[in-house]
Design a protein around this ligand. Structure first.
Ligand code: NI
Length: 174
């Protein structure tokens, strides 16, 4: 496994729609392994392939707590097949928007159809944090970020700060 560089907003790739996989092979599994390692070391609870610069429909998620056994979920070509009318609010962050958080309202429950690490089609019924996390990651595959749910004013403020943060980072790298 190898750690990959996480793409930080603003970056046009984060706004692109990711493409579906045709099959699950060793290469896809290696990508998922790398994504998981990148996510754990960040650390974060969810990561989409586009966040490591690959426009493919793959997601890794692990919402287990630090002191618990790790429970990674690999989702290929995920599709939300049900969203509840009831909604919940969670404070969301994103590895591509480091240091920024906002309360976002989403359907409390969702059902997802996806292909797992071994190429098997599965369905997952989620609520609570897992449901929010799944919806956040599927959004990434469609070029949507959590700040898109905020008012233009709040969103612009966060993006402006990220531009500044990126400039500082570039200076350090150079
Ligand atoms: Ni994110």
């Amino acid at each position: 496994m190898s750690k990959k560089k996480i793409v930080i907003e603003p970056d046009p790739i984060l706004r692109k729609k990711s493409q579906s996989f045709e099959k699950v092979d060793k290469e896809v599994q290696r990508l998922m392994d790398d994504m998981l390692e990148t996510m754990y070391s960040a650390p974060g609870i969810g990561l989409a392939a586009v966040q490591v610069g690959i426009l493919k429909r793959a997601i890794v998620i692990d919402i287990s707590k630090e002191d618990e056994e790790k429970k990674p979920i690999f989702l290929i070509n995920p599709e939300i097949i049900y969203k509840s009318e009831k909604t919940s609010v969670y404070e969301e962050g994103c590895l591509s928007l480091p240091g920024h958080f906002a309360e976002i309202e989403r359907p409390t429950e969702c059902h997802i159809r996806y292909i797992d690490y071994f190429g098997k089609t599965k369905e997952l019924k989620a609520d609570g944090l897992l449901s929010t996390c799944l919806q956040h990651e599927v959004d990434h595959l469609n070029g949507v970020l959590f700040v898109d749910y905020l008012s233009k004013l709040k969103k612009d403020m966060i993006i402006k700060k990220l531009v500044k943060q990126k400039k500082e980072l570039d200076k350090i790298v150079l």
